[in-house]
Write a protein that binds this ligand. Structure first.
Ligand SMILES: O=c1ccn([C@H]2C[C@H](O)[C@@H](COP(=O)(O)OP(=O)(O)OP(=O)(O)O)O2)c(=O)[nH]1
Ligand SMILES: [Mg+2]
Length: 141
C-alpha cells in the first residue's frame, strides 16, 4: 500500500512493534473533547490500498482503559477507493475533558482482506441449517 503525506508536517503512522496488527495513527491537529462528546480528528494522511483490502480504524486500549477514549464508529471503515484524509472519530466517555494534541497516537489502522462475492437474488427458501432462525441467545447463556 502507499501512504500519502498530505502536509509538510504530516507524521507517518508506524507499527510500534514489527509484529503488531495495526499501525498507530497520529493526530494532525489539537482538539479538546469535552466529557461525553465526540470529535472528528484529522491524521494528515491518505492511503492507496491494494485491491480487495480495506483499512479498519480501531481504538487503542491504553486510551480506553486510562482515559475512557474510544473510536465512536469502531471499527471505522476505510474503503479501498477512498482518497481523502483519514479521520478518526474519538468519543470521550470519561467525566474529564480530554486533550488531543498534534502528534498524539489516537487510534490504530489494521489492513484486512475483504470479499466482494457475486450476488444472486432469489425469493425461495435458504438452504436448511442446524441453526436456522435461532439467534440472540437461542443456545442459552
Ligand atoms: O473512521 C472513519 C470512517 C470513514 N472514513 C472515510 C473513509 C471511508 O471510505 C469514508 C466513508 O466511510 P463510511 O462508509 O463508514 O461512511 P458513510 O457514512 O457510509 O459515508 P459514505 O456515504 O461516504 O460512504 O469515510 C474515515 O476517514 N474515518
Ligand atoms: Mg459508506
Amino acid at each position: 500500500m502507499k501512504i500519502r503525506l498530505l502536509y509538510p508536517d504530516s507524521t507517518l503512522p508506524t507499527y510500534a512493534h514489527e509484529t503488531d496488527s495495526g499501525m498507530d495513527l497520529i493526530a494532525h491537529e489539537d482538539v479538546l473533547i469535552p466529557p461525553g462528546e465526540w470529535r472528528l480528528i484529522g491524521t494528515g494522511i491518505a492511503i492507496e490500498l491494494s485491491p480487495l483490502t480495506e483499512a479498519q480504524i480501531r481504538p487503542r486500549s491504553g486510551l480506553a482503559s486510562k482515559h475512557g477514549i474510544t473510536v465512536l464508529n469502531s471499527p471505522g471503515t476505510i474503503d479501498e477507493g477512498y482518497q481523502g484524509e483519514i479521520k478518526v472519530i474519538l468519543i470521550n466517555h470519561s467525566s474529564q475533558p480530554f486533550d488531543v494534541t498534534k502528534g498524539m497516537r489516537i487510534a490504530q489502522m489494521v489492513i484486512a482482506p475483504i470479499v466482494r462475492p457475486p450476488i444472486q437474488v432469489f425469493r425461495g427458501e435458504l438452504v436448511e441449517t442446524s441453526r436456522g432462525n435461532g439467534g440472540f441467545g437461542s443456545t442459552g447463556v
